[in-house]
Design a binder for this molecule. Structure first.
Ligand SMILES: [Zn+2]
Length: 57
């Protein structure tokens, strides 16, 4: 099972990678659906790292 730090790192990497490579995000100048999903996962991972005791519930 990945640690909260690893999960956060993966989520952030996935999000940044998407923003860098996604045409729709660049074209629209606004986040696409995938981007929003990844950003939400990133926020969740960040919250989980801040409060590890409540993350898995
Ligand atoms: Zn996108």
């Amino acid at each position: 099972m990945p640690s909260p730090e690893e999960a956060l790192h993966h989520a952030r990497t996935a999000y940044e990678e998407h923003v860098r490579t996604c045409r729709q995000c660049h074209f629209d100048q606004s986040p696409c659906a995938v981007s929003k999903l990844l950003l939400r996962a990133y926020n969740n991972a960040r919250r989980a790292q801040l409060r590890p005791d409540t993350a898995m519930r």
